[in-house]
Every structure is written in C-alpha cells, then in structure tokens.
Write a protein that binds this ligand. Sequence first.
Ligand code: 13P
Length: 249
Amino acid sequence: MSLKNIYFVANWKMHGSINSSHLVKKIRNFSNKNAKLGKSKIILCVPYLFISLFKNILKNSSIKLGAQNVSNVPEDYGAYTGSISPRMLKDAGIKYIILGHSELREKGENNNSIKKKIGNSVKSNLNIILCVGESYSTYKTKKSIKFIKSQLQVLTKKTIKNTIIAYEPIWSIGTGKIPSEQYLNKTFDYLTQYCKKKYSLKPKILYGGSVNENNINVLKNIYNCSGFLIGGASLKYKSFTNLIKNYYK
Ligand code: 13P
C-alpha cells in the first residue's frame, strides 16, 4: 500500500444542511480510526453556512475545511452586500479555497476576477485549489492544452506557491465519464512541465470529474497526480470513504 500524501477534496457545492454534522462526524471518525490514512489530506469544501459548526466537530481531527468562493475586492471588510472576504474565511477556520470552478466560470467568472481572488486569498494565507479544464467541444477539436494554458495565466510566481491545480474537464463533471488514462497522463504531464519551466517548481495537481469508488482504481494510476476533487461521491459516507479505501487497496 502506498502511503503517498494524497488529497481527497470534497466539493459539496450547494448541498448540505445542519443535519450534515452527522456525516462530518462519521468522516472524522473514519479518518481518526484509519491511522494508515494518516498521510491522506481530507479537505471538506462546504457552504459558508456550515463552516463554524463543522469546525467545532473537526477540532481534534486532521481534516481541514475549505470554502467554494470568495469576494474579489481587496478589502477585508466593507460595504459589499452579500460578500465574504478571504480574511473572514481565514478567521472562521478555512484553510483552502476552491477558485475558478467551471460552474462559476459558466456564470460569468473570468480570469481577471479569479486572479484578484487568488491574490487576495494568498494575502490572507489561504491555500488555493484552482480549477482548470476544457469543454467537450474544445476536447474534441484537440484544443485542450491551449485552453488550459490560458486559464493558468491567473497564476504568478508568488501565488503558485500556495496553489494546487485541479484539472476538471467540464465534460466529465457530473456525467459519469472520465478521460482515458493516456489523455490524463498527457495533460498532467503538460501541467507539470508548464509549472516546472515557468516557476521552477513541481505543482500539486488534482483530478476532478465523476471520481467515484469504482473508477478510483483507474484514476490512481495517473502519473503526477496528487489527489482528487470530488463532487457527488463526497456527499455520502459510504461513497466517500469507500473511494478513499479503494485508493489504498
Ligand atoms: P462530480 O464529482 O460530481 O463530477 O463533480 C466534480 C466537481 O465539479 C468537483 O469540483
């Protein structure tokens, strides 16, 4: 069994309720009981509403909390109705933040705004999980690499140090489809080489898109992959923990 330091990042999206504290307690107990998983990094990226509640549940655990978006204004506090700043997230116990998710890009989020969010979040010492990934038509017309490269322009020499890249092909999110191993290896290799060449560092790269307890056996073979960003399969105890267990089988 490999004890590689692997990230299992749950992206709850717009799911959860106060009752989800039962699920979080069970995941915490699972993580505490499985010493062999001690090297795994489990991160739960949950709606803002539940951060304080879950932080309390996770206080004696290695599981970290993440958020799914943040304001793009530079101020820590101010007259920005409905907004949450990186500073507020940090104070609430958040360690990671997902930025650039395709579901937000679809609603108008652009590189300019993502770059601001990354800069502000790094200033508040948050770790970034930057989502990149192409649509099906971009994939089909073999323009994925060019497209991903354009999405990586939001990073700088300073911010890359706090950033984990999550490669999530849009056509794989919530569809049950995953790219071939060969295609994934090629893409991960590109991302790795890009960061080595431009920033002289080896990046942490996650795969996201329909990851589940069955296909993890294939996905764990991706070369240079530091872990997974998990949507649907992170919402239930069995599917999330079986996925983690199967990774180590
Ligand atoms: P699914 O795992 O449900 O395909 O979602 C992936 C995702 O968007 C995680 O950010």
